[in-house]
Design a protein around this ligand. Structure first.
Ligand code: SF4
Length: 993
């Protein structure tokens, strides 16, 4: 089987490019070569560098055409993780025939991992596993429908449910794989429906990061970048297995190592990242705060902290120190398993090799005290003076390709695009941008619900199953959309199956049917004690992939990249925004969706090749996201600027991401000084030409050079102590060289800067602040004329007053393997209503101790990623190239634990958890895990407690590789602030099958 389709291009007269392309096609790799190469470099992300030279010629972004053959090169971005590796797709007569990594990209430098190297396979084979047309579940089998039938039936049922139970009876799970524009549109769509009941995957990957980090210093995002690690002298991976989860990022880490940086991994598993590190230390899963406080203990004890930095830029470190000094080495060893020498070694390496950085992903976030763990990491970096410094910062690796952007502007239950809250003023701001009447919008919501955060994706199950009088909305959830979401990425699979069976309406919108389709079609277990809803309707709607549309995506480092449309949507699939518009028409808010009011229409409608219509994606970016997202500086990244960056990747420096100079040949746009992808915040409108911010809070640079400082978001004083930054600690060249509050019309007038606005700007800015002034005048004057930061200049907060724990505390997991520690480090009290639902903490933990659960289930069960697959895995397990690389799900088990149970390598075993669920997986006997821990990758689905679910998928659309989903068996447990699910620490037993 060849990587490319055969074509007739070789027999017609051709241009030079077309000839060279078709020559290359003839020499394309076979499957064996692909596997060999991707296997060789799995985890190191250097696939492209292994290609023969005659295949790595630079693909020119131009097109040539002859009478019979049209060859084009479309520039896009891999959709499988947040590194943002660029792809040049070669399209011949509308068929995607080949792909190359982009050698000029400053992010991936011509490399792809196995996933990126095979993105062309999304449906391009004759045996595609895509969902090809709309389907409906009838008598246990999926049957084909037309789009008209499906849209008609679904919308009628939605309106009926709305009439009977109100708008909050619907819950929409959006996707971190939507483009920024689709994400923003879905956020709007749900509000036009009249609810805040929407969420997406960020809830279950980095919600604790967003809350914890934003509440420490301003923005809830990665502060620096993958590239910036090349400026680091020490890199601590604590909660990240980047070699598998973000493979190409390792290019930058390994360059740093070559330059002398120490690379340290602290993790319950010896990961592939650990294999590349200078030092590895094994910690107990769930003991993260204890380890971080153990490090800080040595830092404070030895005076290694940066006192000057703390005094000038940090509030509350003294209170943290009081807590930290309780974490003496003996206590830390008891809780984490790490010796005094091990912890001191890491602390000393980070302190004496500055700038040093800490990297984390879901290893820190997916815990019941995830918010405390990420804050403790931030505090560690503040103590070392490492934040706002090239080579320092908190490098927080996001998961999906656009989880950062979908969080920034997408379907969140507690915010509108740009993290505007749910206050009336925020809705009014966005109504002005959207050209929607505010009073009309208000009338769409149930009384009193407009300002109330919605249900979270982690808890939709309880929104369906919980007793109605215990939930904080009128009706239980009766209808669900899985709009690009894998159910197997969520915990409590047994209960999820029950919730799916109880719904009135379940709609999957996805390029693949996903595990949702199979779970929904599978009959309930014979011994299950519930009655499925006899009136339930289940529909599957085929969505186009991101290669079949255009739009922008935000990589983990906040750089925004523009994807060109590579090919037209395959089969009967439609773009997500076309589907949103079609539903808006059926549901009666099409005019509002397009911003049609007072003789004006905000978004143009585009007629697609197949005849249906979709809103213009460029308009969504320019007229909605750019026009309204002032809070986080998504305002300067116009489509024109982003597209110029994509055409001119070669001008950007790999270490700093800054353009060395150069003009875009197509538009004449001068790229000089821009940072690649205009990493947000990119303040002001595009005309201001803010360059983007490569490293957040960096006072060594002028704000118009991407510099900044910590945000004044929490008032100016606390208990009589100023929260503003000390004198002399403003960003370079600021006219106010001291701490100052955020800017609004009043402050501008007081400072005498108001007259610097134009007359039109003054009209718009009157009564507004830097976040709500749609003219951008306040930002322009503050930034350009005075070198100040629109969001003020304050201290970062080591102590907060809006979280349950002012100082982060270690708290044992609900399913703790150490019941003896529970009394000393208990979890939180139960909460009556959290995000509309009762949430249990202590009652679950106490019951587990009383029932001696840790004796019956003596192994810690943790989960994580593999290099071959992504997320729930439906796309990647349907990809023939990737499927061949990893064919079975497995459990990593230590040789001692295996021997104690009579288990041998590669045998089938049962993994059993306290939920009653059991997973049939292969044993991988390895010292990669300690004797007390087992690990199961989370990308699998398609088996259910030992049974293949193949009969329940639509015919021909089941993934090639199916296996047990670890989350069928995971347990209850949520973060106290964000309802992040606990996937990293629960308990299990393993037995021979
Ligand atoms: S999965 Fe991530 S590292 Fe691999 S090619 Fe895609 S973006 Fe790059």
């Amino acid at each position: 089987m060849l990587l490319t389709r055969k074509s007739s291009a070789g027999v017609v007269p051709q241009s030079r490019l077309a000839r060279s392309l078709s020559g290359a096609l003839a020499r394309t790799m076979d499957r064996r070569a692909f596997l060999k190469r991707s296997g060789v470099v799995a985890g190191a992300g250097a696939f492209a560098s292994q290609l023969p030279f005659n295949l790595i010629g630079k693909a020119e972004a131009q097109q040539k055409q002859t009478a019979e053959s049209k060859v084009e090169v479309k520039r896009t971005v891999c959709t499988h993780c947040s590194v943002g590796c660029a792809v040049d797709a070669v399209v011949e007569n509308g068929v995607w025939v080949r792909q190359e990594p982009v050698f000029d990209s400053p992010l991936n430098l011509g490399s792809h991992c196995a996933k990126g190297a095979s993105v062309r396979e999304h449906g391009m084979t004759e045996h595609s596993h895509r969902l090809k047309y709309p389907m409906k579940l009838v008598n246990g089998k999926y049957q084909r429908l037309t789009w008209d039938q499906a849209l008609d039936e679904i919308s009628k049922k939605m309106l009926k449910i709305r009439e009977e139970s109100g708008p909050d009876a619907l819950f929409i799970v959006g996707s971190s794989k939507h483009s920024n524009e689709q994400s923003e549109l879905l956020c709007k769509w749900v509000r036009l429906w009249g609810s805040n009941n929407t969420d997406h995957q960020a809830r279950i990957c980095h919600s604790t990061t967003v809350a914890g980090v934003a509440n420490t210093w301003g923005y809830g995002a990665m502060t620096n970048s993958y590239n910036d690690e090349q400026n680091s002298k020490c890199i601590l991976f604590f909660g990240s297995n980047a070699a598998e989860a973000h493979p190409v990022s390792m290019l930058h880490t390994l360059h740093a190592k070559e330059l002398g940086a120490k690379v340290i991994v602290v993790d319950p598993r010896f990961t592939r990242t650990a294999a590349k590190a200078d030092m590895y230390f094994r910690s107990r899963s769930g003991s993260d705060v204890a380890f971080l406080w153990g490090m800080l203990y040595h830092i404070f004890k030895n005076g290694w902290e940066d006192k000057e930095y703390i005094n000038a830029r940090v509030y509350g470190m003294d209170k943290v120190k009081e807590e930290v000094m309780k974490w003496t080495p003996d206590v830390v060893k008891d809780v984490t398993g790490l010796s005094e020498q091990e912890v001191r070694t890491v602390a000393e390496a980070m302190a004496k090799n500055r700038p040093s950085t800490i990297v984390w992903a879901m290893g820190q976030t997916q815990h019941t005290n995830g918010n405390a763990i990420v804050r403790a990491s931030c505090i560690l970096q503040l103590a070392l003076g490492n934040v706002g410094v090239a080579g320092g910062g908190t490098n927080i690796y996001r998961g999906h390709d656009n989880v950062q952007g979908a969080t920034d502007v997408g379907p969140n239950p507690d915010s509108l695009p740009g993290y505007y809250g749910l206050a009336e003023g925020s809705f009014k701001h966005w109504c002005r941008v959207w050209n929607v009447d505010f009073e009309w919008l208000k009338g769409r919501f149930a009384p009193g619900m407009m300002g109330k955060p919605g249900t979270t994706v982690s808890r939709w199950i309880d929104g369906v199953l919980e007793k109605n009088d215990l939930i904080d909305q009128d009706s239980n959830i009766r209808a669900m959309f899985f709009w690009g979401h894998a159910p197997n990425s969520q915990t409590r699979g047994l209960e999820m199956k029950m919730a799916m069976d109880k719904l009135d309406l379940l709609v999957v919108v996805d390029p693949y049917p996903s595990a949702t389709a199979a779970m929904a079609a599978m009959p309930k277990a014979a011994d299950a004690k519930y009655d499925p809803n006899p009136n339930r309707d289940v529909y599957l709607l085929p969505a186009a992939t991101q290669f079949e549309t255009e739009g922008s995506a935000t990589a983990s480092n906040r750089s925004v990249q523009w994807r060109e449309k590579v090919i037209e949507p395959l089969f009967e699939s439609r773009s997500d925004h076309a589907i949103m518009y079609a539903f808006a028409q059926k549901l009666g808010f099409a005019d509002q969706f397009l911003g049609k009011k007072d003789g004006k229409q905000l978004l143009r409608l585009i007629k697609t090749a197949k005849g249906y219509e979709e809103p213009s994606i460029e308009d969504v970016l320019a007229k909605e996201i750019n026009a309204g997202s002032w809070t986080i500086g998504y305002t300067g990244q116009s489509p024109e600027r982003l597209q110029a960056h994509m055409r001119n990747m070669h001008v950007f420096d790999v270490k700093t991401l800054r353009a060395r100079g150069g003009k875009d040949a197509k538009t004449g746009y001068d790229l000089t000084g821009d940072y690649f992808g205009l990493p947000w915040p990119c303040y002001g409108n595009a005309a201001l030409k803010h360059p983007g911010s490569p490293n957040l809070y960096d006072t060594s640079k002028h704000v118009m050079d991407g510099g900044g400082n910590f945000r004044a978001n929490f008032g100016v004083e606390r208990d009589g102590v100023s929260l503003l930054a000390a004198d002399g600690s403003a960003s370079k060249g600021a006219d106010l060289p001291f701490g100052y509050p955020e800017f609004d019309h009043v402050l501008l007038k007081k400072l005498g800067w108001w007259e610097e606005l134009t007359e039109d700007e003054r009209k718009e800015a009157e009564g507004k602040n830097w976040k709500t002034d749609l003219s951008g005048g306040i930002q322009r004057v503050v930034l350009k004329n005075h070198g100040c930061h629109p969001f003020g200049n304050a201290k970062a907060r080591a102590v907060v007053w809006n979280f349950p724990d002012a100082v982060p505390l270690h708290r044992e997991p609900l399913y703790s393997p150490r019941p003896d520690l529970v009394a000393k480090f208990p979890t939180h009290d139960d909460v009556k209503v959290l995000w509309r639902l009762p949430t249990l903490f202590k009652s679950v933990q106490d019951k587990n101790v009383a029932d001696k659960v840790a004796e019956k289930f003596p192994l810690i069960l943790t989960s994580g990623r593999l290099v071959e697959y992504e997320g729930g895995g439906d796309e990647t397990r349907s990809n023939p190239w990737l499927a061949e690389l990893q064919q079975d799900n497995y459990v990593e088990i230590n040789p001692k634990a295996a021997a104690d149970r009579g288990i041998r390598n590669n045998e089938y075993v049962w993994v059993k958890t306290p939920t009653g669920a059991r997973l049939k997986v292969k044993a991988k006997v390895t010292e990669g895990v300690g004797p007390d821990t087992v690990f199961v990758p989370f990308h699998f689905a398609g088996w259910w407690q030992g049974v293949d679910m193949l009969p329940y998928y639509p015919e021909g659309a089941a993934p090639i590789v199916r296996g047990e989903a670890v989350n069928t068996a995971t347990t209850y447990g949520y973060d106290r602030v964000t309802l992040m699910q606990e996937t990293k620490t629960t308990l299990c037993q393993v037995e021979r099958a």
